[in-house]
Design a protein around this ligand. Structure first.
Ligand SMILES: *Cc1c(COP(=O)(O)O)cnc(C)c1O
Length: 489
């Protein structure tokens, strides 16, 4: 169990011999290999090994049999769901973090490592405009906002992803607003909300009926007037509206809810406002993103996903809470065997801010890439994604019979073929054939969604490896496949 110095070096080198060519060949790999997945999975069933094996055959097995048959979520052609890419810098950070295996659940166990995570949380607070750091440089996004300026110390936690960040937010809001008796508590979302919110409500013990789903407007955004009406009706019926959740970029169409209107309403109703920015929140680092997300900093809490719009590998989400003390109060439980928690505001015991006690070192996996690249690199990359999405929309618009269903507010757009001589069913089939035909070509992988019963294609540009050349291929394939299909109907 304790390899020699020589062995450790050899192992890492051997792994790198596989990893480097793999990453270098990403642009030439198919964007997705999905047929026959069940056969591949079943062929990999194996009995538990009683004796160990050498590394080399295991590496070959991984890189030849296990990895290739996938949606290539690391590659430039992955324009499906919400991409990310997976920065190598984080793989390096994980190697270090796992090798030194510091405990980052409580501050006392590794004050230095925990501080690095605190720094990351603080940087993300600056990114979204929580608190006004006077030392922040010209690139900082904090702004003179009276609510932010008077807010108590913001806090937050790095989670495994947006789902757990949303769950942690929901529990914080529930505990803050309702205490222990929450059976009449209601929360409000639009029908475009990410399903992790409903899941979070279930896990947090709220009956699903207490999740009020407001039909979105024609622009796929929260209909605030309807929301207000529902809240009033519920209050009359003896419910306790405690939480409204807006989206800073939905998965379906990239829609950004009217964040300022939501903040006004939340203030008027004394409700908690949470913003799910798992896809979109980091765009606030760019000028255009900041304007699209105006008002986000007025929310009580915000979910961000570094494994999406900060391009990190999967396993890194984040929840920021404007009044960090509320996050801690909502999760503060201890045991006789535990060290005393920090009560200095600037020293944090992260086990006190979420469901986790032992946790992986997510601080380092954010810290190392940010320190090595600087925030500027991320801002520029996000700006490029905004350009690419807008350019794609402009080119799609000019294809015959193609309609942009949702313009890119950030880097996600939705579109479909529409023809007045075809009925809904025929159009849905045609659009499904379109996406299949594009995906078959292998340059890009797209996913669709259903909007008001209409099958709609989506492009989400978010991988740091996706550049103009790949988008040109995407547009070529979309144009050629559409022309072929339209010729047959
Ligand atoms: C991806 C996503 C989530 C869920 O986040 P995970 O990191 O996958 O758990 C929640 N909300 C939105 C808007 C998302 O895009």
């Amino acid at each position: 169990m304790e390899p020699s110095a020589e062995k450790m070096r050899e192992w890492v080198n051997r792994a790198m011999e596989q990893i480097v060519p793999y990453l270098q060949s990403l642009p030439d790999q198919p964007a997705a290999v999905w047929q026959g997945g069940a056969d591949v999975a079943r062929s990999l069933r194996e009995s538990m090994p009683e004796v160990g094996s050498e590394l080399e055959p295991l590496l070959k097995h991984l890189f030849q049999q296990v990895i290739p048959h996938s949606l290539n979520t690391a590659g430039p052609g992955y324009l499906a769901y919400i991409p990310g890419g997976g920065l190598f810098h984080t793989a390096l950070a994980d190697l270090i973090a796992d090798a030194v295996n510091r405990y980052v659940g409580v501050w006392i166990a590794s004050p230095g490592m925990v501080q690095l995570e605190s720094n990351v949380v603080q940087w993300f607070c600056e990114v979204v405009g929580y608190g006004n750091d006077p030392t922040a440089g010209p690139g900082a996004t904090s702004r003179p906002d009276t609510e932010a300026a008077t807010s108590p110390n913001p806090g937050g936690i790095l989670t495994s992803g947006g789902s757990i960040a949303n769950l942690t937010a929901l529990v914080t809001a529930r505990r803050t607003q309702l205490g222990d008796d929450f059976s009449r508590g209601t929360l409000y979302v639009s029908d475009q909300i990410h399903h992790s919110i409903t899941k979070a409500a279930i896990i947090a013990g709220l009956p699903t009926a207490n999740v009020r789903v407001i039909p979105a407007g024609a622009d796929f955004k929260m209909d605030v007037a309807r929301l207000q009406q529902q809240i009033q009706d519920d209050r009359k019926d003896g419910w306790q509206p405690f939480l409204m959740i807006g989206s800073a970029g939905t998965v379906n169409t990239g829609a950004v809810d009217p964040l300022n209107e939501l903040a006004d309403l939340a203030a008027a109703e004394s409700m908690w406002l949470h913003i799910d920015g798992a896809y979109g929140a980091f765009f606030t680092m760019t000028k255009r993103g900041r304007s699209a997300l105006d008002g986000m900093d007025r929310a009580d809490s915000i979910t961000l996903d570094p494994h999406k719009s900060l391009f990190l590998p999967y396993g890194t989400g984040c929840l920021l809470v404007k009044d960090g003390a509320k996050l801690r109060q909502a999760h503060s439980v201890s045991g006789d065997y535990m060290p005393a928690y920090q009560d200095e505001v600037d020293l944090v015991d992260f086990c006190n801010s979420s469901a986790e006690l032992s946790r992986s070192n997510r601080g380092l996996r954010c810290w190392l890439p940010i320190k090595m690249l600087g925030m500027q690199a991320f801002r520029n990359a996000l700006d490029e994604k905004l350009d690419l999405a807008r350019d794609a929309a402009d080119r799609l618009r000019h294809l015959p019979d193609v309609k942009i269903v949702a313009e890119p507010e950030l880097s996600l757009l939705a579109f479909r073929i529409e023809r007045s001589d075809l009925n809904l069913h025929q159009l849905n089939q045609l659009n499904q054939s379109w996406i299949d035909a594009v995906n078959q070509r292998g340059h890009v992988y797209l996913t669709g969604t259903w909007l008001d019963g209409k099958f709609t294609l989506r492009i989400c540009v978010l991988c740091f490896r996706t550049h103009q050349d790949r988008m040109d291929l995407a547009l070529q394939d979309l144009a050629a496949s559409a022309a072929e299909l339209l010729a047959t109907v």
